[in-house]
Design a protein around this ligand. Sequence first.
Ligand code: B12
Ligand code: SF4
Length: 563
Amino acid sequence: MKIFLVNPYLLDFRPDEYDAFSVPTGLYYIGALLKKDGFDVEIVNLALQKKPLIYFRDRLKKEKPGIVGFSVLNANRFAAFEAATEAKKQITDVKIVFGGPCATFLPNHLFKVLPELDYIIAGEGEFTFLELARQIKSGRIDLQETIKGIFYRKGNQIVKTEDRELIPDLDILPNPAQFFDFQHLSLSRGCPGHCNFCGSPKFWGKGNVRFHSACWFVDQIEILYKKGVTHFYISDDTFTMDTKRVIEVCKKIIARKIDITFAAISRVDFINKDILFFMRKAGCIQISFGVESGALKIRKNLGKPVTRERIIKTFQMTSSYGILPRAYFIYGSPDENMETIQASCDLISEIKPLSAIFYMLVIFPGTEFYHRLERRGLVSDEIWQEKIEDIPWFEFDPDLCFEDIKKFGEKLRKAFFKNLDKFALDINLVDNSELDTEHAKFLARLGMTFSHGEYADNKYVKNWESSTIAEKLFTKALTYNNDIDAYFGLGMLFQKKGQFAKAIFFLEKGLDCFPDSFDLNICMGVTLMNTKDFNKALNCFNKFKEIPDVQQYIKICNQKINK
Ligand code: B12
Ligand code: SF4
């Protein structure tokens, strides 16, 4: 039987946002288990399609799935409704199954607004979906009440079966990397935290953290690496929760010579020097921390009462190991005012994050804040009939208004961008020769974000010259190691400024170490063309004469030489 597992698109359009298109990891896990059981599974990513409904209709007509499962967040529920309706229109006896956080926390609403919906799978979905799919395939759907963890219709009623126990050992799940290619991984499920704005504790079970073994996890990375994936996002709520396990993961990545980079998410109170050292050596380039606020009162309101000292220490330690510390801040929380926002700005100056994301507090069903509003009768399922992705907290807080919220966001963003040049130039790396190569790579990569990446053209506050900062970072990188990107970055910077002698100086040094580098040779060739040294330029281009883009340079050089 064919099964479609669908990632619906978000309600609000996000141009060029990678995050908006990526398939939830859970769909790969479910897909792997179903495939192993003999089902013919297709992951359908509607978020990637320009005309999703037309695309989906074509696939339904051609492939005639027996079951269509949707991964439903509040933000993509309308797309799931639209696609589910289309599926029933094309294939009358297809079964529509919803899973994921929105489905888990809003079952009654979803059954009410979508007559086409047959089943909801609550929480962790793998074995529940497998049992359901087997029953649908065998035609024994009369036994549906025996499947733990589902909601279904019985006449006008919505029936919920017994809760399904969580999978105790995640390693019993087949490795999705054997069947699919992807970049988002998770080592664990659940989080020891209990933040009032987060749905994770209720979804995955409070205090109920489960893991993969280091071996299973690294096998997954290795399979994907061999298929060509070299950068990963580790999606665990708190990746560094189990220090011993994470160090074991890192040691295995290093021992198996898996040459990757990865970014992870963690909490400031689950970090130490040992874990940072091994994570860096294994390829970690960024850790995101939910700092949330600079005011302890607000952090307490949000349910994350970590101390200021701990936050500062963790940020300082993380950047000192050559890992980019990224801060998440929330604004518009209960009790927020200009003073608490100022406290966040002050904290930003102390922790010196090298990337920061600021978002307004929004709430979802399944979070403590949502329950508080429900208890006060301020929200109910009805609100989700509106075309909204989420609920901004300030709309229910008499002490907050939209104008204030806008000012809070602007003030925070300015506090970050205004000082970003200092944060980058103040980096104090640990003195450890074992990390010299990594330090150079870190500084060069950061330099690139200033010279060519997201900080090159900063729309918020531009009171610093990004190319000057980049130059300093590239130069500092070279004090640690001969780094290819640092040479390339300097070559590009000076070439762009028309300072060709300086560009040639750095590119020559780079080419001494990396004579076969495409980037260095092409940059050198173009710089030499600018100095009218076409013979030497030709030498650089000729190394890559089979590449179509290079042939135009070769042609120009030959014409100039023959003149
Ligand atoms: C990592 C992550 C991301 C990554 C996603 C990476 C990826 N491709 O997987 C990124 C950064 C891209 C992201 C983006 C967003 N995220 Co997010 N994200 C998470 C996070 C922290 C972990 C997700 C994860 O990997 N879980 C582990 C895997 C194994 O579980 P899973 O994918 O959920 O799947 C399991 C179950 O949910 C269920 N299931 C899921 N789908 C289906 C489908 C069927 C048919 C069935 C039967 C079962 C089922 O079974 C699966 C296996 O057990 C969660 C919080 C959390 N801990 O869950 C938030 C979370 C899911 N994100 C959330 C939000 C709001 C978003 C954004 C909308 C943010 C924004 N404003 O842009 C976007 C939407 C992106 C999109 N494309 O739709 C909310 C959703 C709340 C809600 N009720 O809707 C969460 C719960 C965090 C929170 N605030 O509480 N996110
Ligand atoms: S916000 Fe982060 S630390 Fe807090 S409960 Fe959610 S996942 Fe855990």
